[in-house]
Write a protein that binds this ligand. Structure first.
Ligand code: ADP
Ligand code: ADP
Length: 234
């Protein structure tokens, strides 16, 4: 069975007298180990979908099954627990804590577990090594390049062994050469068995995922190729 099953998901926002269908009857299944890019213009519902998949929000209608658990039926505490266990978030602007070293940033998600400090450090170093930054463990984010900061953020996303990596415009703040390197890291993680979901504006990035879906006005389309021409990227 798929790891993620969205069935006829609706998410509405009320704005003044108007109702906006940010997600309008969205259905999507993602298999374990998949690598899916979600594309779409600004305002198409990408953030809303990311919040849904990432268990930050619940649908107004439709069902979301994550590992066969019905997310719409969970309370806030249950959602937070599922989020911490299952999802590693990666953001455009890295979201690193500037006063903490690379190692301390990576360790953060483990502070809520029962792991000893020695074990936390060991695990943090292991994932920093995985993204090629073991020798930078003691440095602050400001001492690292953008690409290196994003690697630290990826290590932080990985540290608690989530099943899904959910990346929101992970290359949005990086130059094209560095973007390619970050994408390579994500491809390698996918090859190691992680399910990767990548939200991006960038067609050249999205094309490298195994599968591409496109959002437009809250509607989701599977990329058969022919719809792509309708979008001007950026
Ligand atoms: P994207 O990430 O693709 O830019 P969003 O998911 O942020 O799109 O937004 C989808 C639609 O929902 C847009 O029309 C946006 O204005 C609207 N929207 C998003 N969040 C809110 C909110 N909190 N309140 C009202 N409208 C919202
Ligand atoms: P990359 O292309 O690998 O992302 P850059 O070319 O931006 O890296 O940076 C080259 C080197 O300079 C890196 O090893 C990085 O650690 C260092 N560096 C980048 N920005 C800063 C900074 N603001 N302060 C200190 N060192 C930096």
């Amino acid at each position: 069975t798929p790891i993620i099953q969205l069935k006829n998901i609706v998410k509405r926002y009320k704005l003044g007298g108007e109702t906006i269908h940010a997600l309008n009857d969205v259905s999507l299944e993602i298999l374990k180990g998949g690598f899916v890019a979600i594309m779409g213009p600004s305002g198409s519902g990408k953030s809303t979908l990311m919040n849904m998949i990432g268990c930050l929000d619940r649908p107004d209608a439709g069902t979301y099954l994550l590992q066969e658990e019905d997310i719409g039926k969970k309370n806030d505490n249950q959602l937070a627990a599922i989020r911490n266990q299952e999802i590693g978030f990666i953001f455009q602007n890295f979201n690193l804590l500037t006063r903490l070293t690379a190692m301390e940033n990576v360790e953060m998600p483990l502070l809520y577990t029962k792991m000893s400090m020695a074990k936390r450090r060991e695990r943090a170093l292991e994932v920093l090594d995985q993204v090629g930054l073991k020798d930078r463990a003691g440095q602050l984010p400001t001492q690292l390049s953008g690409g290196q900061q994003q690697r630290v953020a990826i290590a932080r996303a990985l540290v608690a062994k989530p099943t899904i990596l959910l990346a929101d415009e992970p290359t949005g703040a990086l130059d094209s050469k560095t973007s390619k390197e970050i994408l390579q890291v994500m491809k390698e993680l996918n090859e190691l068995g992680h399910t990767v979901i990548l939200i991006t504006h960038d067609l050249s990035i999205a094309k490298q995922a195994g599968r591409m879906v496109i959002l437009q006005d809250g509607k989701l389309f599977e990329n058969g190729g022919e719809r792509l021409g309708e979008f001007s990227i950026h």
